[in-house]
Design a protein around this ligand. Structure first.
Ligand SMILES: Nc1ncnc2c1ncn2[C@@H]1O[C@H](COP(=O)(O)OP(=O)(O)OP(=O)(O)O)[C@@H](O)[C@H]1O
Ligand SMILES: [Mg+2]
Length: 280
């Protein structure tokens, strides 16, 4: 995939560690943004185990593989999910993306450009791990959300993810979502501990954008293939995600007319804020 694809208005969710909630947060953030009348595409960039469609309760008939093999556009292979969220499913063949011939690659890039014109947000749900083929998708996005839970293994893997994005790709700014928090105080505490570790070793800026509580109803929604923001928008996890979506929209709408829109890449002109308490 190289460096050619750059998404604007794109939010990547990454964690390093598996199973910390990337897919559920991606799907529900997409739905929450859709509820705010935004046009949203969810791109399931998990190459080995694409499963956003299962969480959404839809069955795509085509995947990104068909864009490469059968000259389809991204719009052609997309599936319309709950509330009109557009889903592009990776499919297992995506591992071959790194080696596609230039003609196919240029068609893919073209197709992404077309897609961007059709939506306000692209949410990119990534696979676990810190290999290039995962981080290629992450670094192509202008906003990166790192999901952590309050466990040492999650800290280590999320740190490794940030370190590569920072050192290899020059990304300075990361939003952090604490998932499975006991309460708001615990969420902020987890964030502060994680931020302390990262900023001890790296010149990166971390911002706490949400704490999503541990929520039994999320398990139920997964079992029913019915996203929590639809099944029960008042559930604690759904409320946290809906609040996050509202904050994003508020910030992005207010920036619409500014010259320099949000980007996680270092700005030549502005000094980074090291406080970490920016909401979005
Ligand atoms: N806030 C939460 N409360 C309760 N359970 C949760 C919460 N977040 C995630 N889970 C549980 O964790 C499981 C894994 O979540 P999910 O599939 O979204 O993780 P992931 O990071 O996408 O995993 P992978 O790395 O395998 O892609 C969910 O099926 C759910 O059971
Ligand atoms: Mg996942």
């Amino acid at each position: 995939m190289g460096t050619a694809i750059k998404f604007r208005n794109a939010i990547a969710l990454a964690s390093g560690k598996g199973g910390v909630g990337k897919t559920n947060i991606s799907v529900n953030l997409a739905i929450a943004l859709r509820k705010l009348n935004k046009r949203v595409t969810l791109f399931d960039a998990d190459m080995a185990l694409a499963n956003a469609h299962i969480v959404m309760g839809v069955q795509p008939t085509m995947t990104l593989v068909d864009v490469l093999d059968h000259e389809k556009s991204l719009m052609d292979v997309s599936t319309i999910g709950p509330l009109g969220v557009r889903l592009i499913s990776g499919g297992s063949g995506l591992v071959e993306l790194m080696n596609v011939p230039s003609e196919q690659r240029s068609r893919l890039i073209h197709s992404f450009a077309e897609l961007e014109a059709t939506c306000d947000y692209i949410i990119v749900d990534t696979a676990a791990g810190i290999e290039d083929n995962v981080l290629e998708f992450v670094r192509a996005c202008n906003r990166i959300m790192i999901i952590v839970v309050g466990e040492p293994a999650a800290f280590i893997d999320a740190y490794a993810c940030i370190k590569i994005l920072h050192q290899n790709y020059g990304i300075y700014t990361f939003d952090v979502i604490v998932n499975r928090s006991r309460d708001d105080t615990h969420g902020i505490d987890v964030f502060k501990r994680f931020k302390g570790i990262v900023e001890r070793f790296l010149d990166a800026n971390l911002y706490h954008v949400a704490s999503i509580p541990e929520d039994n109803q999320l398990h139920v929604s997964v079992a029913r293939c019915n996203p929590i923001t639809i099944m029960n928008p008042d559930a604690p996890s759904a409320r946290a995600i809906i609040t996050l979506a509202a904050s994003l929209v508020k910030t992005d709408d207010s920036q619409t007319n500014q010259i320099a829109p949000y980007s996680s890449h270092k700005s030549e002109t502005s000094e980074p804020d090291k406080s970490g308490d920016r909401l979005i």
